[in-house]
Design a protein around this ligand. Structure first.
Ligand code: SF4
Length: 247
């Protein structure tokens, strides 16, 4: 399965700066303006769906509270330890799974979660997610143990190119500062708004996700964004807000 920088795994409600002016719901045109400026800065990412939804599900569980490298080591050890694949992991002792994924941290919690998900899936290989109505596919995934909107969106977007935008802490912080969703919005509301802005276009959904993460790691960092060097400063309400002027 293709490796890629993964959505960071924090689940706490990151505080994002609040624009000083009244918020107005952005349209697709504004989203494209932001996308184009970020594309000029970071290039255009390429969406390559890997059609391995359970791999993605497990990888996303392993990504929680760790970095990409440790996640990948844990995932590789898990696959190596259980060559029979997910059916073998499903019936394995949780201690064996825990030992395999130990480099990824929180191994007892993650091993239990992976087991619960695989048991809930049974023989379902999730290939039906590719053609099911998006809301139905999302609802099913979020009904699995411990699976929230971000994990569901990762599975849908990265496995099958379904246009759902995963919102991690970077996407949430940068999107909030840019006013892409309502000040005070929850993570779930941010998912809804960003997915709406992607307009059902998988490439746009993927680019929005990747570009906001890149920007959040390099420029729009927490707690003090580098607005002076940001290609979005002319279109960013946060850059004009009292919070920045006071610095
Ligand atoms: S102008 Fe500042 S707050 Fe706005 S996106 Fe750029 S770095 Fe972030």
């Amino acid at each position: 399965m293709t490796r890629r920088p993964h959505a960071s795994a924090g689940t706490e409600a990151a505080s994002h700066g609040r624009p000083s002016r009244e918020w107005r719901r952005p349209d697709r045109r504004r989203a494209r303006t932001i996308r184009d400026r970020l594309r000029a800065a970071y290039g255009r990412p390429s969406l390559n769906p890997h059609r391995a939804p359970i791999d993605e599900l497990v990888l996303t569980v392993l990504s929680q509270n760790t970095n990409d490298r440790n996640r990948d080591v844990a995932y590789a050890r898990l696959r190596e330890r259980f060559p029979g694949g997910w059916p073998e992991v499903r019936v394995a002792a949780v201690e064996e799974v825990e030992e395999a994924i130990r480099p990824g941290g929180l191994s007892n919690t993650k091993a239990a979660r992976i087991g619960e998900i695989l048991h809930a899936l049974g023989d379902d290989d999730l290939t039906w997610l590719e053609s099911a109505p998006l809301a139905e596919a999302r609802d099913f995934l979020t009904s699995l143990p411990g699976v929230g909107r971000k994990t569901a969106a990762c599975v849908l977007l990265f496995s099958y190119g379904r246009p759902d935008v995963p919102v991690d802490t970077h996407v949430f912080r940068v999107g909030g500062r840019l006013g892409l969703f309502r000040p005070g919005a929850s993570f779930d509301e941010a998912h809804d708004e960003l997915t709406r802005l992607a307009g059902g276009d998988p490439e746009d959904a993927y680019e929005l996700h990747v570009a906001l993460i890149r920007h959040g790691r390099r420029t729009c960092v927490a707690p003090a964004p580098r607005c002076d060097e940001c290609p979005l400063r002319r279109v960013c309400p946060y850059a004009r807000s009292d919070a920045v002027k006071a610095r």
